[in-house]
Ligand binder design. Structure first.
Ligand SMILES: Nc1ncnc2c1ncn2[C@@H]1O[C@H](COP(=O)(O)OP(=O)(O)O)[C@@H](O)[C@H]1O
Ligand SMILES: [Mg+2]
Length: 350
């Protein structure tokens, strides 16, 4: 395999990437990506997050060579996608959003075929090892069409790993899969990453991004609107909530607390919202003590990824003076939209 042995700082670098899907028949022109810059560090688990139609699959499909970019540059494992196409391709294994498997091949045949395509010599192939790791060992010689949906999805992951690429890209790996399979896929990704594989995944499940990704880029309508480490991204909202359970009933917020954003939500329950960058929690606690109140219990709540995601995509919609994105909240969408290119290139299972 022709993956360079010198290790690049970035597994994937994308600069000023633009994709315009041309007008066809009844469909209008679509500007799916508008000047996207991304640098994915080697060894990262990088999440590309965004609502339906944001451009995630377009970006992934450009990396996979299934969609031709309109302009911009892409480097995969230090190799330019235009000038060193083969080497760039060899460095990446892509798990597409749509299941595209040939129904009349067995998992073993599919794995061997992929390894052969990438020129992996038979002695270096790890077909059974990979199939077993994904719980498909006993299905190695069954026709793909006889596999369950969950098995097919795992086979897609196996197929992307057949040439042992240093980068694995997964487009919505757990869309529409049950909780158990989701956790299996997460565990396997974590294990692969621990062994050194760089992982890029797209998702609109915020929980998935929070669980797996160390760095997250949020993409909306073809543009990157935020890119940061997961904790720094959520810290951006600078919002915290302190809930206090008190030792006795109150009729109103005590005087010592009125300078805070405090609300009495029950006779013994006080909620204080504050900006951690401006107010320290001990100042709030001191004010409670000053009022002569005993604290029976307390909890704090931080802004999470969903809060930041909604805040950023809303801001972005307002900034562009258009109506806000029509999509329902990200975690509620069951995304099964077809990828035209993937579909026309593959024979779907019956
Ligand atoms: N093959 C295609 N032809 C025309 N438009 C497309 C094609 N694929 C995607 N699009 C459009 O490009 C935009 C981005 O889509 P996509 O990259 O699939 O977003 P995501 O994966 O984030 O949901 C959408 O408006 C979508 O309708
Ligand atoms: Mg998609």
């Amino acid at each position: 395999m022709s993956v360079p042995s010198d290790l690049p700082e970035f597994a994937v670098e994308v600069e000023a990437l633009t994709k315009v899907y041309r007008r066809t028949g009844t469909s209008p022109e679509v500007r799916a990506l508008e000047g996207v810059d991304l640098a994915i560090p080697r060894g990262a688990v990088f999440g590309l997050l965004g609502p339906n139609g944001a451009g995630k699959s377009t970006l992934i499909n450009i990396l996979a060579g299934m969609v031709v970019k309109s302009s911009g540059t892409v480097r995969i494992w230090g190799r330019d996608l235009d000038r060193e196409t083969r080497a760039a391709r060899a460095a990446i294994g892509v798990v597409p959003q749509e299941i595209n498997l040939d129904a009349f091949f067995t998992p073993r045949e599919i794995m061997e075929l992929m390894a052969g395509l990438y020129g992996v010599p038979p002695s270096e192939r790890r077909t059974m090892e990979i199939l077993e790791a994904l719980g498909l060992g006993d299905k190695a010689d069954a026709y793909a069409r006889s596999l369950s949906g969950g098995m097919r999805r795992r086979l897609l992951v196996a197929k992307a790993l057949a040439h042992a690429p240093p980068i694995v890209v997964l487009d919505e790996p757990t869309a529409g899969v049950d909780v158990e399979l989701r956790h299996q896929i997460w565990a396997y990704m974590t294990e692969l990453n621990r062994k050194g594989t760089t992982i890029l995944l797209t998702t609109h499940y915020l929980e998935e991004a929070e669980e797996l990704c160390d760095t997250i880029a949020i993409i909306n309508r073809g543009r990157v609107i935020a890119c940061d480490s997961t904790p720094e991204l959520t810290a951006r909202l600078d919002r915290k909530e302190l809930t206090l359970t008190l030792g006795r009933d109150l009729a109103a917020v005590p005087g010592s607390l009125v300078r805070f954003d405090a609300a009495l939500v029950a006779p013994r329950r006080l909620i204080v919202r504050y900006r951690p960058s401006a107010i320290r929690v001990d100042a709030i606690l001191a004010a409670v003590a000053e009022a002569g109140l005993a604290i029976v219990d307390l909890t704090t709540e931080e802004a999470d990824l969903e809060d930041i995601f909604l805040a950023l995509t809303r801001e972005d919609g307002a900034a562009r003076r258009g109506p806000p994105a029509p999509e329902p909240p990200a975690r509620l969408v069951a995304d099964r939209e077809a990828e035209t290119v993937a579909r026309t290139r593959s024979k779907p299972l019956p």
